[in-house]
Write a protein that binds this ligand. Structure first.
Ligand code: VGL
Ligand code: ZN
Length: 180
């Protein structure tokens, strides 16, 4: 079975937020459209404590329960069956959704016979990439939907580098229009 995973589509990663991906708003309608094509729609949320080692490298963002940690206001959240909270520990970063602490993503996929994971969301070069690489390590058939992810691009070209690394490590890149 296949599942759609929406990574960290939260206000702080959108324009106006603390750590924005410039094109974040553009991917929301693409993701909303995809939801109906999957039996399983799941999501992750960056869910940091007030104090974290993470904030020595990043501006404060996605503090649990804050406005910035909410999902994008246009995302059809009623379609999401399960949310995985990550980055919850102050002592590490928790970039990958497979590091969620409220529920184990790998176990969830196994229990639901999900062997194909289609990844969307934010941000391409950090949490999307780390999640996709973990999925490959867990022997899941892993796809990243190119037009349903967006990058911070601290350096111009970071998104392109992330796509290349993912592809080299076994992630398949596809466009949403190819998904039936
Ligand atoms: C993320 C940087 C810091 C992400 C989270 O969701 O990609 N990036 N925390
Ligand atoms: Zn974070």
């Amino acid at each position: 079975m296949k599942a759609l995973l929406i990574v960290d589509l939260q206000r702080d990663f959108c324009p106006g937020g603390a750590l924005p991906a410039a094109k974040a708003n553009h991917i929301v309608p693409v993701i909303n459209n995809l939801m109906g094509k999957f039996e399983h729609v799941i999501a992750s949320r960056d869910w940091h404590p007030e104090e974290s080692v993470h904030f020595s490298v990043w501006p404060k963002h996605c503090i649990r329960h804050s406005e910035g940690a909410k999902f994008h206001p246009d995302l059809q959240v009623d379609q999401i069956k399960q949310t995985f909270l990550k980055g919850t520990e102050g002592k590490d970063d928790g970039y990958s959704a497979f590091e969620a602490t409220n529920k184990n993503l790998n176990e969830y996929l196994g229990q639901n016979q999900i062997d194909q994971l289609f990844i969307t969301g934010l941000t391409t070069e950090y949490c999307v990439k780390e999640t996709a690489l973990d999925a490959v390590r867990n022997n899941i058939d892993t796809y990243v939907i190119r037009d349903a992810v967006a990058a911070v691009n601290k350096e111009k070209g970071d998104e392109g580098k992330a796509f290349a690394e993912m592809e080299e490590k076994g992630v398949r890149l596809i466009f949403s229009t190819k998904i039936k």
